[in-house]
Design a protein around this ligand. Structure first.
Ligand code: SF4
Length: 435
């Protein structure tokens, strides 16, 4: 029995979603090969030897790339049984089956993958979200950490980054979030010992920084604190970054100094919009004022923020877009915002809670299986034209390696003011793609 696990894209991180199931499969006596095709081409030999092939689908882009790869895989391995697993697999189950995938597994997939490889699970895994007892991810056979995204530091240096997950899912139900149709307000903990052992093995392989991929690091604050305190006690020089929602940053403000002391250098936070009406539609649980308080708090503590936004929604107008740019400049946020954020257009996956909005008839179109999302339209042609101008401007500026200030100026047609003199530039992961 030989299983090939394929990752197509995960924002430049060494995929936990291959390393974790590889450990489960090997423990069950199944031979495993891992192929991260974002880093090395898939070989004909790997396909020819596989009895089962699993596609790891943690995000939209990964799913689109896997669908492009599927015909080649089917042709090269006609007798292999194919499955898809990870967050986006159940969301796009129908499309994946129509493309030739035999089984669609859930987001907590490790045990189901073992059953599938043993031919004990066919097309219909359980719909309940299992509670797994995680085992140490097996990262052998994956490209070295040096080949993945690095943390660029303000002093011009770069840190080799590892990646792990201390939890999956989320206890919140924001309307636009792809996690909600699958986890529906639930999250699952990876036990602290497993997380720490995974960090340890990555430090031994050169990691100087760890990115935690938890959808929200403070869904379980006691677990989070236990992990980072133990991490810091063992690796005093190791830095890390996490994702935490605005609401949690305010509610758990007392924990932030401790996160900083333990090595946290960057917090990604999904701000989404500076328009409170849009934030209410997205059911984000915060307002613009809340974000301003978080910004002031993190600046006082010396914690860098990486705010993310959904630039183009059905409620965006040229005036609101311009106001957004003015606000980013006014609060000295230009250096914090990855330019890709200026062109992000809302994705509405199957099962999205956005479908429940009262005004959806005004902007919602048909589901587009090729695009893996619902079509939707702006209120007016001017916003569509704006979006069509901004997205290529961001792409061109990024390709040309322009600075964040330069791309901001190109996008908003205004001069980027100089940063406050005391303001340090912030660290960032050099893989600028978020969906
Ligand atoms: S808090 Fe973040 S991860 Fe959780 S549902 Fe909202 S957007 Fe998704």
């Amino acid at each position: 029995m030989r299983t090939l696990l394929i990752a197509t894209y995960e924002m430049g991180r060494q995929p936990f979603g291959l390393a974790s199931p590889a450990a489960w499969l090997r423990r069950a006596g199944i031979e495993v090969e891992c192929a991260d095709v974002s880093r090395a081409p898939l070989t004909a030999a790997a396909l020819a030897q596989a009895d089962t092939i699993g596609f790891y689908l943690p995000m939209h882009t990964a799913t689109r790339l896997a669908l492009q790869l599927l015909p080649r895989v089917r042709q090269a391995a006609p007798s292999a049984r194919l499955c898809a697993f990870g967050l986006y697999a159940p969301i796009h189950a129908d499309t994946l089956r129509a493309a030739g995938v035999n089984a669609v597994l859930g987001p907590e997939f490790e045990s189901e993958l073992v059953d599938f490889a043993r031919a004990q699970l066919h097309a219909q895994p359980s719909t309940a979200l299992p509670r797994l007892q995680f085992t140490l991810p097996d990262r052998s056979g994956l490209p070295p950490l040096e080949q993945y995204a690095r943390l660029e530091m303000p002093d011009g240096g770069a840190r080799i980054s590892g990646y792990t997950e201390a939890s999956r899912g989320c206890k919140h139900r924001c309307r636009h979030c792809p996690i909600v149709p699958v986890y529906n307000g639930q999250f699952r903990i990876v036990d602290a010992e497993t997380v720490l052992a995974d960090v340890r093995q990555q430090v031994e392989r050169g990691a100087e920084h760890i990115s935690f991929g938890d959808p929200d690091f403070l869904n379980g604050p006691r677990h989070a604190l236990r992990v980072v305190e133990a991490l810091h006690a063992e690796h005093t020089q190791l830095s890390f970054d996490v994702t935490i929602k605005v609401e949690h940053l305010l509610r758990h403000a007392a924990l932030l100094p401790r996160l900083r002391e333990c090595g946290c250098v960057l917090i990604t936070t999904a701000v989404e919009s500076f328009d409170d009406a849009v934030l209410a539609k997205l059911d984000k649980g915060h307002t613009q004022q809340d974000f301003l308080e978080v910004l002031a708090l993190t600046r006082r503590l010396g914690l860098a923020l990486n705010p993310t936004f959904v630039a183009f929604t059905p409620w965006t107008t040229p005036a609101s877009f311009a106001h957004w740019g003015e606000t980013i400049a006014a609060i000295d946020l230009i250096e914090h915002v990855a330019p890709v954020q200026y062109g992000i257009r809302l994705l509405i996956p199957a099962g999205s809670r956005l479908l429940e909005l009262d005004d959806s008839a005004e902007w919602l179109g048909e589901y587009d299986p090729a695009g893996l999302s619902y079509a939707w339209k702006f209120n007016d042609a001017a916003t569509e034209e704006l979006c069509q101008r901004v997205q290529p401007a961001v792409a061109a500026g990024s390709r040309a390696n322009h600075s964040r200030r330069q791309i901001f100026a190109d996008v908003f047609h205004r001069t980027a003011p100089d940063p406050a003199p005391q303001r340090a530039t912030i660290p960032y992961l050099n893989e600028p793609w978020f969906c």
